[in-house]
Each structure stands twice: as structure tokens, then as C-alpha cells.
Design a protein around this ligand. Structure first.
Ligand code: ADP
Ligand code: MG
Ligand code: MG
Length: 489
């Protein structure tokens, strides 16, 4: 933004703008529940946001949007390929209990014969714009990076509980409002609004619901009982309502399903008298979401049902970091996509990823990481932020498990060095300050299909998450990042 507006803003202007910003956020449902009362809807707070939209090169934004349908198709084909998933994960599940539980569910229902051939993918592919220069050097030298030398680098593809579609769709209008208040009316068009993320996801849900084919059946949002990000989910519900007010959403916890859900003789999932067409999971991606073996049994019950799961166990497994590492190997994309252009355009976004399996290849990766830990990120098979290992901690962790099978539960990835932008971060209850920041761009996709047929392959909308440079992890719900909107340059 600094090309368009001189930063820092003067103090009086900033104070006034922040006041207006917070009121806008609260007035437009850009809110979260509070850390103190995560189960209360009497006390809420505004979502953490940037005051200004952050610059993103238009060409890279369009590139990421342009490949999303192929990313959707790729991940779908992986999710329904039992042999490939087994080859990727057979070693991981020897040491990682969480992934093993998922695998067992997937394997059980595959062998029993899946009750529901349709899958629903509600995906978000995340990217950073790599300028190749570590943040510490960028901040000191004040190098300006030419946007043409930046590369789009995929961080991961989320196939499970991909969030912030609801809030991001609305946030763009907030950033337009702020630009107007800064008398930058001529610039508001640089914030893309052509498709709303929540609308894209809602279209996926509606299409899957139509294919389920039973009027009066409901969409089950499976949620945590203490969920700060509930309004993001509600916005998605309202997008669905806009598309078809007849489709009813019910919100339940896993415990509700355990206590009151059942399968009919023909595998229909029924809870509290409602037949469930879609199970949209906004939880169950972390080990802490399962408190007992009984909870895993309930996940198996869902998987055995005729309801269309988002994600299915296959999709959940396809979204693991291990699968994404294997995908980056030569020749692997070719097993799933035929169009050479599509393959190349996805491969262009891959950062180097390395297996840590026992053996020569894994040993070499361990040596590389021990010699140069700042150049890598060590990732376990987890979701939701806060799980990766960086810098000297990589050395500690790898030394601990250097010769042990435990290391096969991790992958190593080249560290991406995103370019720096300046922005004000507005966290609830903290002073608003100007930071050097880095951003991560997420592109949404919705996919409905069977192993052989594509019913819907659709994409659009985005979320941008921005955090202070020097913070390793990301995640808005985890308190690291702010929601942002791209300002295309
Ligand atoms: P999760 O599923 O937990 O979100 P990610 O792979 O997205 O896992 O990693 C979490 C965060 O860690 C990302 O949002 C990003 O900020 C940071 N991160 C992940 N991979 C890299 C990488 N290769 N280089 C730099 N930062 C990374
Ligand atoms: Mg993730
Ligand atoms: Mg992530």
C-alpha cells in the first residue's frame, strides 16, 4: 500500500480510522467469540484484521485462481485412490496414532464398500509469495522486491475444515470502506470481489445436497462446543440460505452424534429426527477433538453412513502433509492429471519437500536440515496451525529422533521467504501498531464427484492472512495472524 498511501498514518487519523474500523467490523458480523468465553454468544469481539488491504501481484493472484480447478480435481483423485494413499502413509501410520486411526476408518469402509459414492470437497489451497530473501535480511536492508521476481509457492492444500470463507467474503467490503475513508476511491477496484469464498463453498454444499436427493434432508455442521470462529460458519450457512432457503442447517457436536445419532438399516444417518444429507466437519482435524475411543467410533459411524461427508476419510488423508510431499516428487502428478499444462502449472508452485523415511534419502534430508535448519520447516501430520518446527528447534527435534522410526511421521519442506509489506494489525484489546508483515493467500474450491465422474468443479474467492514478520506459525484462530484482503498491483 505504501505506493498509494504514506505510512505511518498521522496519529489522529489512525485513531479515528481504528474507531471506525472496529465499529464496522462489529456492525457487519466480522466477529469471533472471545478467548475468555469461547462458548458464549453474549460476548463477542471483532476478528483480528489488518487496517489496510495488503498488496498482492495481480498476475500471481490470477495464476493461483487459474489453477484451483485442477488442484480440486487432483485432490479428489488422490482421495479416492486407496493404493496411492496406502503407499504414502503406510510408514506414517506405524508411528502416528492420529493418522493410523483415520487410516483404519478409511480402510474399513473401503473394504465394506462405501455407502456413498459422492464426495464433497470444500478446499483451500494456501500460498505464500516467495521473494527468496529471508525476512531478517529484508527488514535490515530495506531491499525493495520487484513483484515480477516473486514466485507463488504452495504452503499446503486444506481439505478439512478450511475456514475463513465466511469472514473473508465480507472483509473485502470493510477494506473498500477503509480505502474510501482514506479518500482512495479510485483504488477500491483493486480489491477483487468477483466471487465470494462463502458463496463458492455454499454452492458445493448445495450441489452435493441436490445429489443426495432427498427433500427435507439437512446439512449437519459438525462443530466444537467451544468454537470461537462460529460466525465464519454461520456466514457460510447464510450463503447457503441465499442459494436455497429450503436447505436446513443443523449444528451439532460429535458428542451429540454419539448420544443421539443412528444409522438406519439402509445406512441413512438420522439425528434428532432429521435425515442428514451432508456432514460438514469443522472439527475432528486435531487429536484433541477426540476425547475417547468412542469418539473414533462415532467418526466411523459417520463414514459408514450414506451422508456425503466433507471431508470423507479419504479426503482427510489426502490432505496430509505426507501426501503433499509425495506429490512434489517427479512423475507423481502425472499419475492423476493428464493435461501437461495443468501438471506444469501446479508443479511450478511447489517448494522442495523431502521424505524423512529411514534410509538413504531420509538420512540425506536429516543431514541437510541439521546443517541448515533456517532453510527448512519440519512438519508433522497435523492441521490447524501451531504444529510445525522451525530454526534451531528443527535441530533439537531431528537429533532426538535421528535414527528412529518416529521421524517418518514428519516431512521436511524448503522454507518459503515471503516478501514484506507494512500494515497496521488490529488485535482485540491490543494497541494498534504498524508492523512489517508477511501474507498467505488462500484460494477456495468446491468439488462434487464420484470416483469416475465430476459433478461440480468450481473455484473462486480468497482469504488473505497477514502476520508480523518473524512470527513463524500462521493461523487466525490461533492468534498469530490477522484477516486481510488482497490489493492487486
Ligand atoms: P497447518 O495445516 O497447521 O495450517 P501449514 O503447512 O499451513 O499447516 O503451516 C502452518 C503455517 O506455518 C503456515 O500458515 C505458514 O505461516 C507457516 N509455514 C508452513 N510451511 C512453510 C514454509 N514452507 N515456509 C515458511 N512458512 C511456512
Ligand atoms: Mg492446514
Ligand atoms: Mg495452513
Amino acid at each position: 500500500m505504501d505506493d498509494c498511501i504514506k505510512l505511518p498514518l498521522d496519529e489522529e487519523q489512525l485513531e479515528d480510522l481504528v474507531l471506525q474500523a472496529k465499529d464496522y467490523l462489529l456492525s457487519h458480523g466480522l466477529v469471533l467469540r472471545t478467548v475468555e468465553k469461547p462458548d458464549s454468544n453474549s460476548v463477542v469481539t471483532h476478528a483480528p484484521v489488518t487496517l489496510l488491504p495488503s498488496p498482492v501481484p495481480k498476475a500471481l493472484y490470477e495464476y493461483a485462481q487459474g489453477i484451483q480447478n485442477n488442484v480440486n480435481l487432483l485432490m479428489h483423485r488422490i482421495a479416492v485412490n486407496h493404493d496411492f494413499l496406502w503407499k504414502c502413509l503406510e510408514k506414517v501410520i506405524q508411528v502416528d496414532d492420529f493418522t493410523r486411526h483415520l487410516w483404519e476408518i478409511y480402510d474399513t469402509v473401503t473394504k465394506e464398500g462405501v455407502a456413498q459414492p459422492y464426495s464433497l470437497g470444500l478446499n483451500r489451497a494456501d500460498y505464500m509469495l516467495d521473494c527468496g530473501i529471508p525476512v531478517s535480511q529484508l527488514a535490515q536492508s530495506k531491499v525493495t522486491v520487484d513483484s515480477r521476481s516473486m514466485k507463488l509457492r504452495m504452503v499446503e492444500v486444506n481439505l478439512m475444515s478450511a475456514s475463513f470463507g465466511g469472514l473473508s467474503q465480507r472483509l473485502k467490503y470493510f477494506h473498500k470502506f477503509i480505502l474510501e475513508r482514506l479518500h482512495m476511491n479510485d483504488k477500491v477496484g483493486q480489491i477483487p470481489t468477483e466471487a465470494g469464498a462463502a458463496d463458492v463453498l455454499a454452492k458445493g454444499i448445495l450441489t452435493a445436497w441436490e445429489y443426495y436427493g432427498k427433500s427435507g434432508s439437512v446439512v449437519l455442521f459438525l462443530i466444537l462446543d467451544q468454537e470461537r470462529n462460529i460466525y465464519d460458519q454461520r456466514h457460510l450457512e447464510y450463503s447457503l440460505y441465499q442459494l436455497n432457503p429450503k436447505v436446513k442447517v443443523i449444528c451439532k457436536t460429535l458428542k451429540d452424534v454419539t448420544e443421539r445419532g443412528r444409522l438406519t438399516d439402509d445406512a441413512r444417518l438420522v439425528i434428532d429426527g432429521d435425515e442428514v444429507a451432508i456432514v460438514y466437519q469443522r472439527c475432528l482435524y486435531a487429536p484433541t477433538h477426540y476425547s475417547s475411543e468412542e469418539d473414533w467410533q462415532t467418526r466411523l459411524l459417520l463414514e459408514r453412513s450414506k451422508a456425503i461427508k466433507c471431508p470423507s476419510a479419504g479426503y482427510h488423508l489426502a490432505g496430509t502433509k505426507k501426501v503433499q510431499q509425495v506429490l512434489a516428487k517427479p512423475g507423481v502428478l502425472e499419475q492423476f492429471l493428464t493435461d501437461p499444462e495443468a501438471i506444469q502449472s501446479i508443479r511450478n508452485t511447489f517448494a522442495g519437500q523431502y521424505s524423512l523415511d529411514l534410509g538413504k534419502e531420509g538420512d540425506e534430508a536429516v543431514t541437510m536440515a541439521l546443517n541448515n535448519p533456517q532453510t527448512y520447516v519440519l512438519k508433522p501430520q497435523r492441521e490447524g496451525g501451531g504444529n510445525n518446527i522451525y530454526g534451531d528447534d528443527i535441530r533439537v527435534k531431528l537429533s532426538e529422533m535421528e535414527k528412529s522410526l518416529e521421524r517418518t511421521a514428519y516431512i521436511l519442506m524448503d522454507r518459503i521467504h515471503p516478501y514484506l509489506v507494512q500494515n497496521y494489525l488490529i488485535f482485540s484489546g491490543k494497541p494498534v501498531e504498524l508492523y512489517n508483515c508477511v501474507s498467505e493467500l488462500g484460494i477456495y474450491g468446491a468439488f462434487v464427484g464420484t470416483p469416475d465422474d465430476v459433478i461440480l468443479n468450481f473455484s473462486g474467492g480468497c482469504c488473505l492472512r497477514t502476520k508480523a514478520a518473524g512470527t513463524n506459525e500462521g493461523g487466525v484462530a490461533t492468534g498469530y495472524s490477522c484477516l486481510d484482503s488482497p490489493f492487486l498491483i
